[in-house]
Design a protein around this ligand. Structure first.
Ligand code: ATP
Length: 518
């Protein structure tokens, strides 16, 4: 409801109430209930209601003329506080090469103008969170001595019609005044999302203004606009067409070499034990982003301080990695004996299946609760792999379901402990059916709109994959039940086993039972 209408309804009802009660005041029966103070309380409730509705009205409105763009102003004040360059961005060599041309343009624009060359105006950096998109944008500004003007897409999302658009205008005016400059819009999907029938007037106006500003640049202005997003698929076509954000660069999670480089950047100014092998740290952080690595370096330093150490050693890094992967260790969490036994068998089930099927290397098994998990198995995946076969995906699912299979084999029933495992296993099975064409539906790829329509068919295939894998896990776990019990027993007493300890244990067992699974 519009504010004005609401205001008048409430005002009218208050006045009406007052008149009615005043009129009834002559009536002695009524006067007992409605005296002046009652009327005053009713008016107070009315006014409170008015204030409440004013504060909680979410419908788009027109902005007060004097509304200030305070958020942007504050951000821009901070923007140039520290200059960083490409030396601070580890890895990403091919991306830095790609951006070299833009840097050259900002440094010597005349060279390009003389040739009549147009340089890309907009660069879109996209990829998972924490991979260094913001860092790169800052480094571009740093390398070229350009003014860095950061903004976040969400700052332009306003309920007042026209405010977002005005903020976009102000941002670009500032950039034009302070050339050479780099505008960086993080989370650009917040303003650049695809327009639909449901999108509101305010959002459309903001996006339109952004498109106008992008078109408004000419070759004389040395302004580069960098947008960053984790969801390029959400962006409006108009935004990514040639002439606007026409260079899009994917920034993925770093590979082992890059992780090593990132570690070096983040331990540079810390007292580190000379025994630390950065390559080993990189190996143990497979799949992590630069932000994770920077966090690990910081957590390791905090662990060292906590233990009154003078230098940060490998143990501090190990603890930091585990904390980042699994969350905080819950040392004082008490678990009843029979649950501890079940968790031991569950984790032993994963480890056993991992060894039987020879999937990723196991680096640690633990039944010390962390975050919400009661236990976990840590793996060190093989770095050199880029392709996974159908059989290998089946094996992955079987290892994931190994925990539940072990519970069923030992206790004859299953527990809620496999919730996360089921989620992971089903996700892989979903991808096998809908993305990799690895089900009985053959070589099909299902777009999201098709998924809804073919849901029953897809669900049946997912079910088939999960079912086959689980049955196989159960057979394998049951046929190695003595080894499973041995692993679970040692785990129960020691609570944590390293990858090597697990191997030794299996080798000893293998000696007497002729198993060859490692
Ligand atoms: P988001 O998508 O969540 O906004 P992002 O991709 O913009 O994330 P950044 O903010 O640039 O990520 O990176 C976060 C932090 O991670 C950086 O401040 C830096 O400490 C570290 N980092 C990420 N990538 C690198 C890298 N290549 N070299 C050095 N440090 C890195």
């Amino acid at each position: 409801m519009k504010k004005k209408t609401l205001f008048f309804i409430l005002l009218f009802s208050i006045i009406l109430n007052t008149i009615i009660f005043k009129a009834f005041q002559g009536n002695s029966k009524f006067a007992t209930y409605f005296n002046n103070s009652t009327i005053f309380i009713i008016m107070l409730i009315g006014i409170s209601l008015m204030i409440y509705f004013f504060k909680h009205d979410n419908s788009p409105q027109f902005a007060p003329a004097n509304l200030k763009n305070e958020k942007n102003e504050k951000r821009n004040e901070k923007s140039d506080e520290s200059r960083i360059g490409f030396k601070d961005v580890a890895g990403l060599e091919e991306v830095k090469d790609e951006l070299g041309e833009i840097i050259d343009f900002l440094k010597s624009p005349d060279k390009y103008r003389a040739m009549g060359a147009k340089i890309p105006k907009g660069i879109l950096l996209h990829g998972p969170p924490g991979t260094g998109k913001t860092l790169l944008a800052r480094a571009i500004a740093g390398e070229t001595n350009a003014k860095f003007i950061p903004a976040s897409g969400s700052e332009f999302v306003e309920k007042y019609v026209g405010v977002g658009a005005k903020r976009v205008r102000t941002l670009f005016e500032k950039a034009r005044k302070e050339t050479p400059s780099v505008i960086f819009i993080d989370e650009i999907d917040a303003i650049g999302a695809k327009r639909t029938l449901e999108s509101n007037n305010e959002k459309d106006q903001t996006l339109n203004q952004l498109l106008i500003e992008l078109d408004g640049f000419n070759n004389e202005q040395t302004v580069i606009i960098i947008g960053a997003t984790n969801r390029i698929d959400m962006l409006d076509e108009a935004l990514i067409r040639p002439g606007r954000f026409d260079r899009n660069i994917f920034i993925g999670n770093p590979d082992i070499k890059s992780r090593e480089e990132i570690f070096k950047v983040h331990i540079k100014n810390k007292p580190i034990s000379p025994k630390i092998n950065v390559n080993e740290l990189a190996k143990r952080t497979h799949g992590m982003s630069g932000a994770h690595i920077s966090n690990i370096a910081n957590e390791a330093a905090i662990f060292a301080v906590r233990d009154n150490k003078k230098i940060i050693d490998f143990d501090d890094f190990s603890r930091a990695i585990e904390k980042v992967i699994g969350g905080i260790e819950r040392k004082n969490f008490s678990i009843i004996e029979k649950e501890k036994r079940r968790v031991s068998f569950h984790e032993a089930g994963h480890a056993l299946m991992g060894k039987i099927l020879n999937t990723d290397l196991i680096s640690k098994i633990s039944i010390i609760p962390r975050s919400q998990a009661l236990g976990y198995v840590m793996y060190t995946p093989d770095e050199e792999r880029f392709l996974i076969t159908k059989d290998e995906l089946h094996s992955k699912i079987k290892v994931i379901l190994g925990g539940r299979a072990a519970e069923e084999a030992i206790f004859g029933n299953i527990s809620t402990g496999a919730k996360d495992d089921l989620k992971k296993a089903n996700q892989i099975a979903f991808q096998m059916v809908c993305e990799y064409g690895m089900s009985d539906l053959q070589n099909r790829f299902y777009e999201s709109n098709l998924i809804h329509r073919c849901y029953d068919l897809i669900d049946k295939e997912i079910n088939k994959i999960i079912d086959i894998c689980y049955k196989d896990s159960l057979v394998k776990v049951k046929s190695n039940i003595d080894l499973l019990s041995k692993i679970a027993d040692v785990l129960y007493h020691k609570e944590t086993l390293t990858g090597e300890e697990l191997n030794t244990l299996i080798k000893k067992f293998d000696g007497s039972h002729n198993l060859s699974i490692i």
